[in-house]
Design a protein around this ligand. Structure first.
Ligand SMILES: Nc1ncnc2c1ncn2[C@@H]1O[C@H](COP(=O)(O)OP(=O)(O)OP(=O)(O)O)[C@@H](O)[C@H]1O
Length: 360
């Protein structure tokens, strides 16, 4: 089921928590609401759920306007970070809960409930835990049971608020992939709130970047990462090196030589700030005519399948982050304190109001 939000506003007293939100969530997509703490993600999710109401604006599920529908009539499933399971109920009873409290005329009978719970426990691959109590489960198992419980009533929409926030990094990563698989398997429409850009990039089809109650940009994950429309989105969506001392002269990028801007006849020179992702920097061990600057290798960190380097520019002592594959690292045979030259392969710069993508 698709979601459409039009000109939605919400204030708490004088504080504008959401301002003129316009958003489409395609049917069957996994959309991530991403942004720093306090930007309004949870408020927007709660308004979609019907746990909170907007001051103005419209909310549609498919073609039906649901702005004023009660939470119980919206048929959504929730899964929250701190949405604890009921301690006094077994796993089976927790998952069955939503079905048992359905209005009598639509409530499934006892056998149907048992069959549905069994099916859901199979889906989350924990069928052998039906009889245990929540305190006997690991954090990851609890979240999987919480998901089974959220899906019990066959919701058309699944809303997830930082579902893996409290778990350690390894379990988090496993559960992310697992959740994406379940989402696709069920063909459900899901909206996920996260402040973790890696989680959003890894899981979502569509990312909505929010800041101070507004949407900065939304779109497919890869397109946002490669074509951010403004400085906020560029900096929020992953690591980026910022070169404030760049200039473009006759179509060539130079770093470290501030020069007076000129625009006379055929000569143009413009000072710009340039943004380069760490994996978009090429390192050379010899000076070449087209390199941008020289630097010293300051730190080398081997993090799994990625080598993360910190360079220190000679020019202004700026630290530059560069990520290499193990193969690239081996070929370069880099040592601490070695002198290298570097060159951005792809960069983004903003000559307001427009953004320029620059391939070198
Ligand atoms: N019930 C409330 N009463 C008053 N202010 C609120 C209420 N709920 C949220 N706010 C404020 O609205 C803003 C948005 O809050 P919200 O919880 O939506 O942010 P968030 O992006 O989800 O943040 P986090 O990632 O920290 O959970 C915050 O400044 C918050 O203090």
């Amino acid at each position: 089921m698709s979601i459409r939000i039009q000109h939605l506003n919400k204030s708490y007293g004088e504080y504008p928590a959401l301002q003129d939100i316009n958003l489409q969530v395609p049917n069957g997509s996994l959309t991530a609401l991403l942004g720093p703490s306090g930007c309004g993600k949870t408020t927007l999710l709660r308004i979609i759920a019907g746990l909170e109401y907007a001051d103005s604006g419209e909310l549609f599920f498919g073609d039906e306007e649901v702005s004023n529908l009660h939470v119980r009539e919206r048929r959504v499933g929730f899964m929250f970070q701190h949405y604890a399971l009921f301690r006094h109920m077994t796993v089976f009873e927790n998952v069955a809960f939503g079905l048992k409290v359905m209005p009598r005329r639509i409530r499934p009978d006892k056998d149907e409930i048992a069959a549905r719970v069994e099916e859901l426990l199979k889906l989350v691959q924990l069928e052998w835990l039906a009889k245990v109590y929540p305190q006997q489960l690991s954090g990851g198992q609890r979240q999987r049971i919480a998901l089974a419980r959220a899906l019990a009533t066959k919701p058309k929409l699944l809303l997830l608020d930082e579902p893996f926030g409290a778990l350690d990094a390894k379990v988090r990563k496993e559960l992310r992939q697992w959740l994406v698989e379940i989402h696709h398997q069920l063909g459900i429409t899901s909206v996920l709130v996260t402040h973790d850009q890696e989680e959003a990039l890894e899981m979502a089809d569509q990312i909505v970047v929010m800041n101070q109650g507004k949407i900065e940009q939304s779109g497919a994950a890869a397109s946002l990462y490669d074509h951010p429309e403004n400085v906020f989105v560029t900096e929020f969506l992953g690591e980026v090196n910022v070169f404030e001392d760049a200039c473009i002269e006759q179509g060539q990028l130079c770093l470290g030589h501030y020069r007076e801007p000129v625009s006379t006849g055929e000569r143009t020179r413009q000072n710009v700030t340039v943004y380069v992702r760490p994996q978009e920097i090429q390192i050379l061990t010899e000076n070449q005519s087209n390199v941008i600057d020289s630097a010293m290798v300051e730190e080398i960190h081997i993090i799994g399948a990625q080598i993360r380097l910190w360079l220190c520019r000679y020019n202004n002592k700026q630290r530059v982050q560069v990520w290499l594959s193990p193969a690239e690292f081996r070929t370069l045979n880099l040592q601490p304190e070695q002198i290298v030259w570097f060159k951005p392969l792809r960069l983004t710069m903003f000559r307001l109001p427009e953004m320029v993508d620059f391939m070198i």
